[in-house]
Design a protein. Structure first.
Length: 182
């Protein structure tokens, strides 16, 4: 008969990491590193970035192992959660890195002259006209929020504007777009 496989002790490993045991981190990496890399590659879709994210995840696991709370979930789940959050942050941040200048904003709003297959603003000469009525900063806010997927705080950084101002621009712009579209 084959001997049963010994289950990996995730909780014990995290507790050892919290105590500064580097061997525990190495054991965790050897046990889960390849699987975590696969998860991150599916999220980030960039092999080089995925390797960096997994590296950062293990650093975070090492430095924050003491914050693991078994009453909130499994140790393995916590390890995967730390890693997934870093991967999702990478995806979100990489989408928001490109600041739209006036030329690229106009290009993003311009419908193809040949009626091509652009789906973003399909059937949207009306939305195009409504967006055109907004002030340039408000247009950029809406595009960053709804095309790039940026948070209000990220938009504030990209535009160099106060967070409250960005929130107000988005709120007023959405109201103006709703009124214009009806």
């Amino acid at each position: 008969m084959n001997a049963p496989a010994v289950a990996f002790d995730y909780e014990g490993c995290l507790a050892a990491c919290a105590q500064g045991d580097r061997r525990a981190l190495q054991a965790l990496y050897e046990h889960e590193g390849a699987r975590l890399l696969g998860v991150v590659q599916r999220i980030a879709r960039d092999p080089a970035a995925a390797q960096d994210i997994v590296h950062d995840a293990f650093l975070r696991i090492w430095t924050r192992a003491a914050s693991y709370d078994s009453t909130r979930g499994s140790a393995r789940g916590w390890v995967y959660s730390v890693t997934r959050h870093l991967a999702l942050n990478y995806v979100r941040d990489s989408r928001c890195q490109t600041d739209l200048d006036e030329t690229s904003m106009v290009a993003a709003l311009t419908l193809p002259a040949d009626g091509g297959d652009m789906q973003l603003w399909s059937g949207s000469t009306k939305i195009y006209r409504c967006l055109e009525r907004l002030q340039p900063a408000a247009q950029r806010c809406i595009l960053h929020a709804y095309v790039d997927g940026c948070s209000n705080a990220e938009i504030a950084i990209l535009l160099g504007a106060p967070l409250g101002t960005v929130k107000a621009w988005i709120k007023r712009s959405l109201k103006a777009l709703r009124e214009c579209m009806t």
